[in-house]
Design a protein around this ligand. Structure first.
Ligand code: SF4
Length: 352
């Protein structure tokens, strides 16, 4: 998706647009300050031959002003691979900026904050993957893009929440190791009709003699999506019986089951744009709900969300301006990891 204000360098015009979109969620004084910052960033980005990529979870004033492209991980990976600009500024978390570097290594890739991590990416190390490969020799490793480059380097292929089932099916094998999101693995297992085990929890840990399961998972979780519960859904349905509930595949299988639709962030956006429900509720990162609401003013989005990703929250207009001014913080990946990890990501891009 292309953001509409990304070429705008007049703070007054940006402010006027933000007032229309965000006046009921962002205080006026903040809108004024953010408009000035956004105009300065848009001027500087042109002067420095930079492109800004923004994930769907970034805060609304940033989302609607400076990114040249906004989208989910898969979208932004494709944009990163195809960009001609000298600098890529990634307004998202570190694993996303690393993926951009993997796909376009000759570019300078910047991330505005060093603190923008991810609970899923932190849940597994390259040594963990090597140990799983030792326990299950010959079983292909599918790794969610929400991992760091050294983990991707140990994998056969990556996936995102929008193509995970297709990636698993594409391998045409009985058994896969699917890392590191426990809930996404369970949801994909259900979608593809596979059985799943978690070696760290299974009494057969270490045994590969009786593979009566077809997916081997890992107990990593997104600290945002794991918070949604069935009780949340039943309370909301009691209050708003006609609500349509959309849940991200990083939510638990029980929450997905109790929702009306499940899909990646981009799939949820399309669903809201293409359907006509009395009201919607998104079980995902809160800023995304605000971003969709601002882009679809005619749709009623319930604003009952209190779950903000603390890592995405690190990405601000102030830090993005500093990133461009000082060309910080540069993403660097050792050559050996770059070669192996980019192969896993490119393999994913080729099939989706
Ligand atoms: S929302 Fe969850 S998966 Fe996404 S960056 Fe935050 S912690 Fe990681």
């Amino acid at each position: 998706m292309i953001a509409t204000l990304s070429a705008e360098t007049s703070a007054d015009l940006i402010h006027a647009r933000l007032q229309v979109m965000l006046a009921d969620v962002v205080p006026e004084l903040e809108l004024l300050i953010k408009s000035e910052l956004a105009a300065e960033i848009n001027r500087l980005k042109k002067a420095k031959n930079a492109v800004i990529l923004g994930h769907n979870y970034i805060e609304p004033a940033l989302f609607h002003t400076i990114p040249d492209y906004v989208g989910d991980s898969l979208d932004l990976s494709r944009k990163a691979a195809a960009t001609n600009e000298k600098i890529i500024v990634f307004c998202g978390v570190r694993f996303m900026a690393e993926t951009a570097k993997l796909l376009n290594p000759s570019k300078m890739v910047l991330i505005p904050s060093r603190e923008a991590g991810c609970s899923l990416a932190a849940s597994i190390t390259a040594a963990d993957v090597r140990e799983l490969k030792r326990k299950f020799p010959g079983v292909p490793v599918v790794t969610y893009v929400n991992t760091y480059a050294d983990v991707k380097a140990e994998s056969d292929i990556c996936c995102t929440s929008s193509n995970a089932a297709a990636v698993v099916e594409s391998l045409g094998v009985e058994t896969v190791i699917f890392l590191p999101d426990e809930y996404l693995a369970k949801n994909v297992a259900r979608e593809t009709g596979r059985h799943i085990i978690f070696p760290t929890k299974d009494p057969r840990n270490g045994s590969n003699s009786d593979l009566d399961y077809q997916m081997i998972g890992w107990p990593g979780r997104c600290e945002v999506h794991e918070k949604f519960s069935i009780a949340d859904i039943s309370n909301i349905r009691k209050q708003f019986p006609d609500v349509v509930i959309l849940a991200h595949p990083e939510c638990s299988p029980e929450v997905i089951e109790a929702s009306d639709y499940s899909g990646s962030t981009n799939a949820m956006i399309k669903y809201v744009e293409q359907t006509k429900a009395p009201r919607y509720l998104l079980l995902t990162e809160c800023s995304m709900g605000e971003n969709i609401a601002a882009a679809n003013p005619e749709k009623e989005m319930l604003r009952l969300c209190s779950v903000r990703c603390p890592h995405m929250n690190q990405i601000t207009l102030e830090d993005t301006l500093q990133a461009l001014l000082k060309e910080q913080y540069v993403i660097e990946i050792p050559e050996e990891i770059q070669t192996k990890a980019s192969r896993a990501v490119e393999r994913m891009i080729a099939i989706s």
